[in-house]
Design a protein around this ligand. Structure first.
Ligand SMILES: NC(=O)c1ccc[n+]([C@@H]2O[C@H](COP(=O)([O-])OP(=O)(O)OC[C@H]3O[C@@H](n4cnc5c(N)ncnc54)[C@H](OP(=O)(O)O)[C@@H]3O)[C@@H](O)[C@H]2O)c1
Length: 357
């Protein structure tokens, strides 16, 4: 049976998801919500640059909530838990990269569980980091090791490819003084997601983390003007930031999630670099044996390409699409990777042998 999906917002994640839904043999795109007035009335396929698909984008959330569909892929810029609850209560499953990866220590869970029960549906949070690299893949890899004592998931990304100048300048506080950046709300904002990943890893591996997570925010400043999408970053101003979240057991670090976000890796003090491996994600399991996995291919080949279509954002959208059948099949409630069967992507049989390997 075909699963009917509504795409909620058409930013980078949403546009990739539309292409993924249309391609997926078990899914059908039946609706599309947009925030922007200019996109209302356009064909969702045209917004996603894949050609018309016969679904008209609308700003009318109530009409979409009242419509017949099995699942909403929810990817607006900020989450509105009341809206998510309304969607769930209407009998539509929700897959989203905005949170709820493993939310049981955070607020608002009973209300959403109640909405899931009322609608007989499931809420599932997934993505890339958090929502994949931080917990789904480390948990799978850890099955190869005994006596695990530490798990690390870490990202190195060139933030010049992040096409959200207001967020980069006014929220992340790039280009500001180190003193101003120290007040960045990012460590708390991002921590809401990453701390859930730490909890999931701990639960899967059978340890109880200390109540307080450890967090660290470090910055590096420009030593010469650095060109960036928010204008030149002047010497002495913040040009690279590193955020770390750690879960400890009796005060000893057991699980680490870290992002290294740089405006390039030249003219920085301290002289942080991407190193010889470049932009990447890493997962490291310390145990017997210890393992390290590096993910390449989730970063754009150039700043210009990343600003047009960012592969990490595309992967986030597709991870959500891949999760839809398992989410729809799951028992009602908030369901995480610990409840779901292993699922993968979908082949394109008509392209096999026709693309370079
Ligand atoms: N977990 C992960 O690994 C992961 C990875 C990437 C992104 N994310 C999250 O996923 C979300 C979407 O990312 P994205 O890259 O697609 O973001 P984006 O390109 O900034 O797009 C978000 C979309 O949200 C809509 N929007 C704008 N202002 C809004 C408002 N005030 N209220 C409601 N909707 C509004 C717009 O939709 P229309 O254009 O349709 O009008 C916009 O295109 C973000 O919250 C991001 O943090 C998570």
């Amino acid at each position: 049976m075909t699963i009917r999906v509504i795409q909620w917002a058409t930013g980078g994640v949403g546009r990739a998801a539309i292409a993924g839904i249309v391609d997926h043999p078990e899914l059908e795109l039946v609706g599309c919500w947009v925030h922007s007035k200019e996109k209302a009335g356009l064909d969702a396929g045209e917004i996603a640059e894949i050609g018309p698909v016969g679904v008209t984008a609308t700003q009318d959330a109530a009409a979409l909530i009242a419509s017949e569909a099995d699942c909403v892929l929810y990817s607006p810029v900020v989450a509105n838990p009341k809206e998510v609850a309304q969607i769930l209560r209407s009998g539509k499953n929700v897959v989203t990269p905005l949170g709820w990866f493993y939310p049981f220590a955070s607020g608002g869970v009973p209300e959403l569980e109640e909405a899931c029960e009322a609608g007989g549906v499931t809420l599932h949070g997934t993505g890339i980091h958090p929502g994949g690299i931080t917990e789904r893949f480390p948990i799978v890899l850890s099955a190869l090791s005994r006596a695990v004592t530490h798990i690390r998931a870490e990202e190195w990304s060139d933030i010049r490819t992040y096409d959200a100048p207001q967020v980069v300048g006014d929220v992340m506080l790039f280009g500001k003084t180190p003193e101003e950046a120290a007040a960045s709300p990012m460590i708390q904002m991002l921590g809401r997601g990453f701390n859930q990943s730490l909890d999931m890893v701990a639960k899967a591996l059978g340890v109880t983390l200390d109540a307080e997570k450890q967090t660290r925010h470090e910055v590096s400043v420009a030593t010469a003007p650095i060109d960036s999408p928010i204008g030149p970053i002047l010497p002495g101003r913040v040009a690279a930031q590193r955020f770390t979240w750690e879960g400890t057991v009796d005060g000893h670090v057991f699980v680490t999630a870290r992002t290294n976000w740089f405006m390039g890796d030249r003219n920085l003090d301290p002289a942080w670099t991407f190193g010889s491996e470049g932009e990447r994600f890493e997962i490291e399991i310390t145990g017997d044996p210890s393992l390290k996995t590096t993910f390449h291919g989730l970063h754009p080949d150039s700043v210009a390409e990343g600003l047009r279509r960012n592969k990490g954002v595309v992967a986030t959208g597709i991870h959500c699409v891949s999760a839809v059948p398992a989410t729809v099949a799951a028992a009602s409630g908030i369901r995480t990777y610990l409840d779901m069967p292993a699922y993968g992507g979908k082949a394109a049989p008509h392209l096999i042998g026709r693309t370079s390997q």
